[in-house]
Design a protein around this ligand. Sequence first.
Ligand code: SDX
Length: 428
Amino acid sequence: MADRKATLTVEGLDKPIELPVYSGSAGPDVIDVRSLGAEGLFTYDPGFMATSSCQSAITYIDGGKGVLLHRGYPIEQLAKHSDFVELCYLLMFGELPDKAQYKDFAGRVRGHTMVHEQLANFFKGFRRDAHPMSILCGVVGGLAAFYHDHLDITKQEDREISAIRLIAKMPTIAAMSYKYNVGMPFNYPRNDLNYAENFLYMMFSNPCEDYEINPVFAKAMDRIFMLHADHEQNASTSTVRLAGSTGANPFACISAGIAALWGPAHGGANEAVLNMLDEIGDDSEENIQRFIDKAKDKNDPFKLMGFGHRVYRNFDPRAKVMKETCDEVLAQLGMADDPQLKIAKRLEQIALEDEYFIERKLYPNVDFYSGIILKAMGIPTNMFTVIFAVSRTIGWISHWHEMISDSYKISRPRQLYVGHTQRDYPAE
Ligand code: SDX
């Protein structure tokens, strides 16, 4: 793969070090630094600002141009022409399914939407007011206890059935965590509904009356699932890959990914955006400017949630589609002048004209508008990151599958040690 070389000269070393340089099909070239260990050197890159952990063919992001491709297809085109189940197939297997493949895959997913009846007992261990993400973390990790028959990750069929089970069961477990929170009975999945419809049904139906699917909500839900599905080596996906590199079972790896996603700097930002809009309260100029100033103040920990991104130095293409969806859904609900939407739009407008944000290339990311749509659909704020996790499961498991299907080593970073050198225990 090496087509060029980098030469590293280090003061104190008697000869330069030659390192292979690889080019991918798109994006920056990489310098293979693996041989540095033998020279007694490590690289140093806290936060992995310029470090590739692997090679992958699943998703490509061009942060400068605001481009997001899934297996080469732009997210804007997928959001317009595809659906979440088709995107799951594409991310997992690398090509769009034909009609027969789509039918078979959708049927396999539908056949695994129920969870073992014993799993319902896991919920009883949680307080009713437990955050649904804590429930999701625990219950998904516990799934491994039910599938000893198919946990040989060296077998393609075991990897595939585990992926299907996770894609199928995440909405069921997510809806159960909501129902447990509000003290209502769990709903069994319905196989006559599509993926997004079934999730809304399990979330909002109750045994006492018929539940009618709102097609606007179902389409918006499917769109939100698509926009959160995968995003190359983000923090939670890297967590899943690292856990998977030890040979841990896929359910434990996804549980680790859920834990990493929960942080407000990552998937927890959608919940944090709504809390921030609540805190801002009204869209008066002085009020919004006060929060913009807080976000710019180095001594104030407040950040503009839903803004900025490690990779995008331009608009997050998902945020653009999400904003269009937000306008569509709220207009159809007669909520076009929703106060929080007004604050969000004004905040975006002022921030994008402010030198601080322009200089740092801070734009709205996927989380900035998603919460407003979810809230308009009646979904409580503490379920926003759960929905992100339901969607991102296909990204996590596709990366896990890509890694395990190839040759891989256990991930074990090194360090720059700055602690005490050896010293003796004080004599009596
Ligand atoms: C997701 O990686 C992915 O792909 C993630 C994700 C995915 O799909 O998996 O896209 C999902 O996590 C989206 C991001 C959601 N998080 C938020 O919206 C939280 C708010 N954003 C920030 O926390 C921040 O922008 C990050 C965490 C998203 C990115 O942080 P970086 O890349 O480490 O950048 P940084 O913190 O070094 O910021 C650079 C500068 C700093 O100022 P200076 O020190 O240069 O003066 O920009 C400032 C930061 O203080 N800055 C912000 C800001 N984000 C960055 N200032 C105010 N408000 C913000 N939101």
